[in-house]
Ligand binder design. Sequence first.
Ligand code: HXC
Ligand code: NAP
Length: 288
Amino acid sequence: MLSFMTSPSSTPESASWLPAATFDNKIALVTGGGTGLGLQISRGLAALGATTVIASRDPNNHSELLAEAEREGWSLEAEVCDVREPKVVQACVDSVIGRHGRIDILVNNAAGNFVCPTERLSPNAWRSVLGIVLDGTFYVSQAVGKTMIQAKGGSILNVVATYAWTGMAGVVHSASAKAGVLAMTKTLAAEWASHGIRVNAIAPGPFESKGAAANLWPNEEVRKGMERAIPMKRFATTDEVAAQCLHLLAPVSDYISGECLVVDGGATLPPPFWEAGKRLKRKAAASE
Ligand code: HXC
Ligand code: NAP
């Protein structure tokens, strides 16, 4: 787990290993930036100098970070925005551009998810998750991408999940949407590289957040079962995942585009055929 003690107390753990001015003069937009992973990414960006705008549906989800930013002297603003609505997304992006002139960093972090057997999933339930994850990522990326093209540069990070390519029972909507976002990541990276725009993805394994806990591991038994299935036998911390998001957004990653970084404690590796640490015994030959 992350443990860096040398930073000033106001810098979150996920950001403390980067120079204090890493995102100075940058304008960042983080969807779903008021809760869970989005909150940790936004804290890190703001603590390291970016003017950070968090955008999601519920203004109650913005108040914690707005209050912290005021205490810490960070430049942080909030927009009420449902990423499923293209006109609302455009208005949100126009409002940020109106105030700051450009958006250098976009993090498509907003998501919706729940576990439901495919045969019981209603069309509206399917649409609801696809609308947030796939459509939402497209609407925001397109609206922000146009401004990045004009500004001749930018960096986009999409939060996906490893089941985008492994699949996972119970989340056909989210897995299908994240697979689409992964394809979008590589497509936009190829299309926009000539404009100086980098587009990457991060695929975390399970980490604790209110939204995920409520919808994916609603009781301790399920959570423990998930932990047992991870080779490192624990969830990631939100700080560990946010640290890698900041890494992909920082100038040190300026030559990385179209990549997807897996942060899952080895969960997508094949299980071992042989018991770890045990020497294999050869079967004795008949003549021995
Ligand atoms: C079956 C469900 C359901 C459930 C909702 N629906 N929850 N169906 N099982 N548990 C159905 C509803 O009945 C409805 O269909 C349709 O979905 C839309 O529901 P609403 O409640 O009206 O939707 P809305 O208010 O828009 O909320 C969207 C949401 C909600 C996705 C349903 O869960 C949400 O806002 N989530 C945001 C937070 C979140 O999910 N975070 C987790 C991220 S973790 P009908 O047909 O009845 O109208 C993650 C990756 C984890 O993404 C990876 C771990 C390995
Ligand atoms: P979370 O806290 O529930 O985050 C979801 C965020 O999305 C909330 O802030 C929510 O804010 C916002 N959101 C949902 N619908 C929206 C909409 N229509 N428009 C705008 N914003 C919307 O969950 P999290 O676990 O931190 O998830 C963050 C990201 O990590 C997601 O992309 C998720 O898929 C991914 N991920 C999570 C895990 C995990 O184990 N937790 C694993 C792999 C990947 P509002 O309610 O205010 O709109």
